[in-house]
Design a protein around this ligand. Structure first.
Ligand code: RAM
Length: 553
């Protein structure tokens, strides 16, 4: 049964009430200085209006609306609008940035200010239907709208707030009847710290795959600001889980590696009192703590550091942040029971996915094993292996505990929590952690869960990524390719210019927040196909058959 927005809000509130947030720790000034010194410059690109558009209801589309062009963008400067009028400008592509224009009176001098409502749309739905009444449980202050009043026309105006958008709906809420308003030079100023555009995949790749690759890059580009933001519309901040996937794609595309480093230092500079990194941190107004600790993300901090060192060869950074990563592991291991099992007691958040009702114990257990293995790899690279020689036996113990306590041999999959829940999340992380006894057992666990109509399925591209990554880890390349084609391709079919924070193909209007207008439609953790294609060879066309030349006689 699909939960109502009220049920989602009540369940989240009940979970939050159980949480014990440790106080923030002492900021580590030296780490924060390093982070700030690595702040990248932002580059601006100006975009003119491509077209004036109107939404058309398309019940067959996932988000129910398509845009129809009604006039060329250049005609806007020749039109004028009166109180009560509205239009939608389409900038032709998704961007993160600012809006500017000149508002000029026509027909008479302006004898009043004008009041406008600007609504910013990442997708048609944002501007095609009213944002209110809003039913979400996160603040309505996130809704992408502004009411502005401009005096003394003609006036050049630039909106101070940054938005994420392709469409802007302009409504003239109030203006004197004695003049019309003309909007000249309506301009979007796109900003990103990504320099340049990566080379496209060769033509030998199928068209649909090249398109997913490109949209993945655009998603990353628009999230790549002074840090790797999770979403330029919302939450506009740095989360560990999003960072790992962004960093991976970045190494294969924009290569803004210093931004990854800055992010690692921001987390290291703002530990909680027990040394766990925050699930997310804020950059502004000064780098500061978010009141959120996320155990699976703390484990993924170690993985992200290991991958950064492997991708860049920056051993000095690996060595400097090694104690921070070690601390994550120590804190996580302290939460295992005497049989080396992790149980989600609810006092610290485990994220894994936003799927409603998901039991996170087994998946989090596996994320910890995944991180332990990566810590051994990092230790090998930076020469600290002796310090973590005891990790090997701990990994063996955690693997054995999971096999003994979570594996349902009759069904060929792993269960989670007291309700013995079957989920795709559990199988994906078990496989990535190397817990199944063989690749064949790993493949069976994934296939069994995916075929089980009762299994809890993901609702975010973040968890779909881990299913694809797990499939690649155990030789399910064709299924991984099909998953990417159907899931990310499903967003493309719905008209996506950038990939989304949440998308449940079975319930396209579902939102983790109880209202789709609170969703972000350019969300970092959905950009990972570019890494699956470029680093993991997913979908790589077979080389043309080799015909040895016949030697001349
Ligand atoms: C949401 C955001 C973010 C994610 C967290 C756990 O607030 O979508 O990307 O990392 O959840």
């Amino acid at each position: 049964m699909k939960p109502s927005p009220e049920e989602i809000a009540a369940a989240i509130a009940a979970e939050e009430a159980k949480r014990v947030n440790l106080p923030a720790g002492e900021p580590v000034a030296a780490f924060l200085r390093t982070a700030q010194a690595l702040t990248p410059a932002l580059f601006e690109r100006r975009l003119a209006v491509a077209a004036l558009v109107e939404p058309a209801a398309e019940p067959g589309l996932a988000l129910r609306f398509a845009m129809r062009p009604v006039a060329d963008g250049a005609t806007l400067a020749r039109r004028n609008w009166a109180e009560g009028d509205a239009f939608i400008a389409d900038f032709g592509e998704h961007l993160t940035g600012y809006l500017s224009f000149t508002a000029a009176p026509t027909g008479s001098v302006a004898d009043s200010p004008i009041r406008l409502r600007l609504t910013f749309g990442e997708v048609p739905t944002d501007v095609a239907e009213p944002l209110h009444p809003y039913r979400g449980w996160i603040s309505a202050a996130w809704l992408p709208e502004e009411v502005i009043t401009i005096d003394d026309l003609p006036a050049a105006f630039r909106l101070a707030r940054r938005h994420a958008f392709r469409y802007v709906k302009v409504e003239v809420l109030a203006a004197s009847r004695r003049f019309g308003v003309c909007f000249e030079n309506l301009t979007a100023h796109a900003v990103t710290s990504a320099r340049g555009a990566p080379a496209s995949l060769p033509d030998s790749y199928p068209e649909w795959l090249r398109r997913i690759d490109l949209v993945s890059q655009h998603t990353l580009r628009d999230c790549l600001q002074t840090c790797f933001e999770d979403g330029p519309r919302r939450d506009r901040r740095l989360w560990v889980g999003d960072l790992r996937l962004q960093a991976l794609v970045n190494y294969e595309t924009f290569r803004e590696n210093d931004v990854v480093k800055r992010c690692l230092y921001l987390f290291a500079g703002l530990p909680r009192s027990d040394g766990l990194v925050n699930g997310c941190v804020y950059e502004r107004p000064v780098p500061t703590y978010a009141d959120t600790t996320t155990l699976d993300y703390a484990a993924l901090y170690c993985v992200t550091l290991q991958e950064y060192v492997a991708a860049t060869g920056d051993l000095a950074c690996g060595r400097e942040l090694w104690p921070v990563a070690r601390r994550q592991i120590d804190c996580l291991l302290a939460r295992l029971d005497e049989t080396l099992m992790f149980h989600d007691g609810g006092e610290t958040w485990c994220f894994i996915d936003w799927a409603f009702g998901l039991d996170k114990s087994a998946a989090t257990h596996a994320v910890i094993v995944f991180a332990l293995r990566r810590m051994l790899a990092l230790a090998g690279a930076i020469g600290t292996a002796a310090e973590v020689a005891h990790f090997g036996p701990i990994i063996d113990g955690m693997v054995a505990a999971a096999r003994a306590q979570l594996f349902d041999a009759a069904r060929g999959l792993y269960l989670s929590g007291p309700s013995m829940q079957v989920s795709c999340a559990t199988q994906a992380w078990m496989v990535l952690a190397g817990i199944p006894e063989s690749d064949a057992a790993a493949r069976a666990a994934l296939r069994n869960a995916l075929a089980d109509p009762q299994a809890v399925r993901p609702i975010t591209p973040y968890l779909y990524h881990y299913i694809a990554e797990a499939m690649l880890a155990c030789g399910m390349d064709d299924e991984a390719l099909q998953l990417v084609r159907v899931y990310w391709g499903g967003m493309l079919d719905a008209g996506a210019d950038t990939f989304w924070e949440a998308f449940d193909p079975a319930e396209p209007l579902a939102s983790p927040y109880g209202d789709i207008h609170a969703n972000s439609y350019c969300h970092a953790w959905s950009c990972s196909p570019a890494w699956l294609f470029r680093a993991r060879g997913l979908g790589r066309p077979a080389p043309p058959p080799h015909h040895p030349e016949t030697p001349c006689k």
